[in-house]
Design a protein around this ligand. Structure first.
Ligand SMILES: C/C(=C\COP(=O)(O)OP(=O)(O)O)CO
Ligand code: SF4
Length: 401
């Protein structure tokens, strides 16, 4: 499929909207009351710190809703306002936060059902409205919806679309896109659908493995098994790694994407020589500002003296996981939770570990003077952060165990 032409056709179609419907002011009051917090604003205004009794909360200097999330959620609310009686669907979670997705359902926005790992678009009828989430959607999904003649409201973050343009450039120059990301993640699924040849690498180890294969060859079958589901159809590691371009899922660890870029730049230089580098390697910066700011703020937060860190965000939120990785790298006890309900008592907290498993830690909140670092992912409403801070204060005030 000529994805570039299709996208242009879609964007000119009268059934397509990516600008909202002019109800910004009406929905902003609703969004404010549902997601914002006066306590968090107060803490922001007092140098990101608040102390009550023997407990200090130190917030990261950048956290919570990013611009792209605010925009996508506002567009979804506007869509409901603009189409009060039409059936509205969304192709995936709007963002990775359970409370926001719950609100979507309460507003009557239906999630496309999934049967045997496949989305069932047969529920969508002509005249229905379909929202594409902040992560975007694959070009194949867009085509199905366009063919059905439904109204498409595209909330894809422009930073994500920027990555799609990057992989289109790779495709034009016959470069294979090396995408730093998680192959199952909605954004990476969408990005790879716009790429020509692609290979998705998760981390530095995988990048090193590919680099080594480029330089010295290796076991082709092992390569294909290792990266199963993470490359384009008919990908051949012996032929398709001669020209590579770098792209990423916007919310990966910034430093890691940069290092992966450097690994491939060095590899191509070593294999083809400095003068031929531009014929074999392309790199554009596709890390979004919000990811960068939140990770930088976390790196600054962990420089302070902290007894523990609470990282708040959906359990499937990639950027939240990256924030926790920073705490783990610094050996600070840290707990990734998605809502106040995970705090059972000062004796028990239920939290997500980096490997995805849910664990319960006992005696997590010290009785004595305590400094708690707090941050939240780009999809976490301030209200959720407020509830958690209030809970910590109340547990400490009563020393409830
Ligand atoms: C929508 C979006 C980021 C907002 O945070 P999310 O937590 O929803 O997503 P992610 O970190 O990618 O799992 C895609 O860049
Ligand atoms: S994290 Fe970046 S790319 Fe993702 S929605 Fe927010 S601003 Fe957009």
């Amino acid at each position: 499929m000529d994805t570039k032409t299709f996208k242009r056709t879609l964007q000119h179609s009268e059934n397509y909207n990516r600008k909202g419907f002019g109800h910004k002011e009406e929905v902003s009051t609703q969004l404010q009351s549902e997601y914002e917090s006066s306590l968090i604003q107060e803490i922001r205004n007092s140098n990101y710190t608040i102390k009550k009794g023997n407990t200090t909360i130190r917030l990261a200097q950048a956290f919570g809703f990013c611009w792209g999330v605010e925009r996508a959620v506002a567009m979804a609310y506007e869509t409901r306002q603009h189409f009060p009686t039409e059936r509205i669907w969304i192709t995936n979670e709007i963002i990775h936060n359970p409370s926001v997705n719950q609100r979507m359902q309460e507003m009557g926005v239906g999630f496309i059902p999934v049967t045997t790992n496949k989305k069932d678009f047969s529920v969508v009828e002509q005249g229905d409205v379909v929202i594409l989430p902040a992560f975007g959607a694959s070009v194949q999904e867009m085509q199905i919806l366009h063919d059905k003649g439904c109204q498409i409201v595209d909330t894809t973050c422009p930073w994500v679309s920027k990555v799609w343009n990057t992989v289109e450039k790779h495709k034009k120059g016959e470069f294979t896109s090396i995408i730093h990301g998680k192959y199952k993640h909605e954004e990476t699924v969408a990005t790879s659908s716009f790429a020509g040849k692609y290979l998705i690498v998760l981390n530095l180890q995988e990048a090193e493995y590919v680099s080594n294969y480029i330089l010295h060859g290796g076991d082709r079958e092992e390569f294909l098994t290792k990266f199963a589901k993470a490359y384009s159809a008919n990908f051949d590691p012996d032929k398709d790694l001669e020209k590579v371009g770098i792209a990423n899922q916007t919310t990966m660890l910034k430093g890691e994407t940069e290092q992966i870029g450097k690994i491939f730049e060095k590899t191509m230089m070593q294999k083809y020589g400095t003068l031929a580098l531009n014929d074999h390697f392309q790199s554009f910066n596709t890390i979004c500002d919000a990811t960068q700011e939140r990770q930088d703020a976390m790196l600054e937060l962990v420089e302070h003296e902290l007894d523990l860190i609470i990282v708040i965000g959906g359990f499937n939120s990639s950027n939240t996981t990256q924030l926790q990785q920073i705490a783990i790298n610094r050996n600070i006890p840290s707990y990734h939770i998605d809502s106040v309900a995970r705090i059972k008592s000062s004796n028990a907290i239920e939290h997500r570990q980096l490997n995805g498993e849910i664990a319960t830690t006992t005696n997590w909140l010290p009785r004595e003077e305590t400094i708690v670092g707090v941050t939240s992912g780009a999809s976490t409403p301030d209200k959720v952060v407020e509830d958690i801070i209030e809970k910590i204060f109340s547990l400490k005030a009563f020393n409830i165990n």
